[in-house]
Design a binder for this molecule. Structure first.
Ligand code: HEM
Length: 477
């Protein structure tokens, strides 16, 4: 570990240096940036560039992405524009034909890495086996809520889903230890929020954000390695993702990489979706009622009425029923992803050069497609900010009107797991609590808050603006 210790002391020295040092370093960095980012020349075939010095794009791209991209389309007056991130050309696309070209272009690469992860994601029998474990975790956490109270769904529901995702994608050594899961969550939050304009601008420079990110990665690495060692030393085989990876004979480093990658791909998106589902259901009594009724009818049809605990009864409903007989829950998940999953798909054109919207996309360029282009388009979804799970795209001729789980060569490999996780936690919550959305004064708002697409992680409304107020039902968890 000597390099880490060296980096750590270098960082401490920099952080404790005086203003003069910080100022000089800042001036040098600014000069490097200005020299490194000459304004791109626009030819006829090239997408129009954003006005102004290129380095000004960096902060809004990370801090106000939705507004920045919308401004880009507006100020260039074009469906395709480009800007610079350091020396990289980033081309932003919009419109139906560009959407199809983006998702199906052969040379556009997300990274091959995730493809090989697919073998470790629970499906079929392993997914079926996970149902009681997910419900048991959810029961433990929901029991800790007590008989009544209020909570912030973007904290509490996210926490609940983090636990069930760690259960689904790592090992029992980690997921059985609530304190360790909580530590992991803090570390992943640090990674998620650690990509700052500075870490992109000067990736080689030990900014505080970069050091925190590096340190968090190392701590996560240590946690997973400890779990692998414990498993190997115990000699006991368990039914989880870690066992699948150990049994396939992969190197320790590869296993750690798999588990870390799966959690990054899965935890945030599923947690964000669950937080918004509970927020929307809290604000829409009609959909809350429909969802609860659907879950009650599944219980009546498929579970053992002699069992009194909800979690055990829900665990009795087979996987195929959860996957095929829940049209209301499916519609709620789909609509929540449409209106509150602020994804911007990114690719690199590995070549050859292609034309999209009659504009040249050179080899090596980065290409991005914001999901807002289709999911918030009022022509496709009238009153796009309204949550309405019964809606369909306005016109059946629209090409690829919905991309919530990806399209083409890159579709989400965790879709089945994420949907089952969302349905199980939603079902238990709906049966265990009567709940409603309230604002900071405790009043029921006229409508749920508007998702903030500038928050690229959670689409979260202003902190403290909405809460879930709940009371336990008499049913045993
Ligand atoms: C509600 C939760 C989730 C949502 C909305 C979601 C959405 C997506 C989307 C839109 C993509 C395509 C991205 C693109 O085109 O740029 C994607 C890819 C991916 N997702 Fe998910 N995801 C979720 C949960 C998960 C979970 C739980 C896992 C892990 C088990 C996972 C694993 C992956 C992987 C590995 C890819 C990359 C696939 C590839 O490279 O072809 N996702 N996801």
């Amino acid at each position: 570990m000597p390099y880490i210790i060296g980096l750590h002391s270098a960082a401490s020295a920099f952080l404790s240096a005086g203003f003069a040092t910080h100022f000089s370093v800042a001036v040098v960095i600014c000069l490097v940036i200005v020299l490194a980012t000459a304004s791109p020349e626009d030819g006829d075939e090239a997408p129009k560039s954003l006005p102004g010095p290129p380095f000004l794009s960096i902060i809004p791209f990370f801090r106000q992405r939705y507004d920045f991209l919308n401004w880009g389309f507006h100020v260039t007056g074009q469906p395709t524009f480009q800007f610079k991130l350091m020396n990289n050309t980033v081309i932003v696309l919009s419109g139906a034909s560009a959407r199809r070209a983006f998702f199906y272009a052969k040379g556009f690469d997300l990274t091959e890495g995730f493809k090989i992860l697919s073998g470790a994601i629970p499906m079929n029998a392993p997914l079926s086996d996970l149902i009681p474990a997910i419900l048991k975790d959810s029961r433990r956490i929901l029991e800790s809520y007590g008989t009544s109270g209020t909570f912030d769904p973007f904290e509490k529901i996210y926490e609940l889903i983090f636990q069930t995702t760690v259960r689904s994608l790592s090992s029992s050594e980690i997921s059985d230890d609530a304190a360790l899961v909580s530590r992991l969550k803090t570390l992943y939050d640090r990674l998620d929020t650690g990509t700052t304009p500075a870490t992109v601008l000067v990736p080689w420079f030990p900014t505080p954000a970069m050091i925190k990110k590096l340190w968090a990665t190392k701590e996560i690495y240590d946690i997973v390695v400890r779990a692998i060692n414990a498993r190997e030393q115990s000699g006991i085989s368990r039914n989880d993702t870690l066992q699948m990876l150990v049994d396939s004979g992969d190197e320790k480093l590869v296993i750690v990489g798999f588990i870390m990658g799966l959690l990054i791909a899965g935890a945030r998106a599923t947690g964000t979706t669950a937080s918004w589902i509970i927020t929307f259901l809290g604000g829409h009594a009609d959909w809350r009622y429909k969802a609860k009724t659907e879950v009650e009818s599944l219980l009546t049809a498929y579970s053992d009425a002699a069992t009194s605990e909800l979690s055990s009864r829900l665990a009795g409903i087979p996987l195929e029923i959860w996957e095929s007989q829940t049209p209301i829950l499916d519609a709620i998940i789909r609509e929540t992803l449409r209106v509150a999953q602020p994804h911007t798909a990114m690719r690199r054109n590995l070549g050859p050069e292609v034309y999209i919207n009659d504009k040249l996309i050179p080899s090596g360029a980065y290409v991005v497609y914001p999901f807002s282009d289709v999911h918030l388009d009022p022509e496709i979804y009238p009153e796009p900010w309204c949550f309405d799970p019964s809606r369909k795209p306005s016109n059946s001729n629209i090409d690829l009107p919905y991309v919530g789980w990806g399209v083409g060569s890159t579709t989400c490999l965790g879709t089945r797991l994420a949907k089952v996780e969302l349905k199980l936690t939603m079902a238990l919550f709906l049966l265990a609590f009567d709940f409603v959305l309230v604002d900071k004064s405790g009043d029921v708002p006229a409508s749920p808050p508007k998702p903030n697409w500038n928050d690229i992680l959670q689409c979260r409304p202003p902190h403290g603006s909405c809460f879930v107020k709940y009371t336990r039902t008499p049913l045993a968890l």
